[in-house]
Design a protein around this ligand. Structure first.
Ligand SMILES: Nc1ncnc2c1ncn2[C@@H]1O[C@@H]2COP(=O)(O)O[C@H]2[C@H]1O
Length: 222
């Protein structure tokens, strides 16, 4: 089955074919770093397989996991959009992964020829602004329980697809940093969910055993 890339949705079939033909297939091993925060970047990656962690250094000097991306997602577009820009995050392979990469030079050539590519880059920025303002709203106005539960719902989708049970292969530290809280608080919320038979806590992973109940719990905060 071919991966459908959200980023390429607005392109015509011809434009999409041309763009994919310019890409270079790359393979990464689990724990390999695909790019470092602060480094100059000149490659856009489309994720074909595997899951990748988006990490940043916090103002207090910790490394926080912000997000997990997987097949059909893209990363690296931000540093490409401005010539001097540095990578805004470190991207690490959570498991073996494959991407299709496109260099700045290739993208520049495609931009000059295909109008859909220019539109695609604008759409990407609009999407980033929407995502970031959503995150700010959540961080400012949702209680911590809601943030943790909503993150779990999202991660269950990424790790479990349509399956009724989702095994999220992340630590409680990762979940805590994605929800903007401490491990102690995240653990307390997870234990309450465990008491309600919604999740099971295992070493280095969180198993969502009742996704329907988890979604219902997330909806109680609307
Ligand atoms: N909060 C985030 N959620 C998802 N992806 C992100 C986030 N922050 C940065 N990225 C991606 O990580 C990439 C790191 O390199 P770039 O800054 O070029 O482009 C960045 C985005 O594609």
């Amino acid at each position: 089955m071919t991966t459908e890339f959200a980023l390429l949705r607005g392109l015509s079939d011809g434009e999409r074919r041309q763009l994919l033909a310019s890409c270079t297939p790359r393979r990464f091993k689990r724990r390999e770093i695909l790019c470092h925060e602060g480094d100059p970047g000149d490659t856009l990656h489309l994720v074909v397989s595997g899951l990748l962690l988006i990490r940043v250094a916090t103002p207090l000097g910790y490394t926080a996991t912000l997000s997990v991306i997987g097949p059909g997602d893209a990363f690296g577009e931000l540093a490409l959009l401005s010539p001097e820009a540095k990578r805004t995050a470190t991207v690490e392979a959570a498991e073996n992964a494959e991407t299709l990469s496109l260099s700045r030079a290739q993208l520049t050539a495609l931009r000059a020829t295909y109008p859909g590519v220019e539109r695609m880059l604008t759409d990407t920025l609009v999407e980033q602004v929407r995502r970031l303002s959503g995150m700010v709203l959540e961080a400012l106005y949702l209680p911590v329980e809601a943030r943790v539960v909503r993150r779990l719902v999202n991660l269950a989708r990424i790790y479990g697809g349509p399956a009724p049970i989702a095994e999220i292969r992340l630590t409680q530290d990762d979940l805590a940093s994605m929800a903007g809280t401490t491990r102690v608080t995240a653990n307390k919320i997870l234990r309450e969910l465990e008491d309600r038979s919604i999740v099971e806590l295992r070493r280095g992973r969180i198993v969502v055993t009742d996704r329907r109940a988890l979604v219902a719990a997330a909806n109680t905060y609307h």
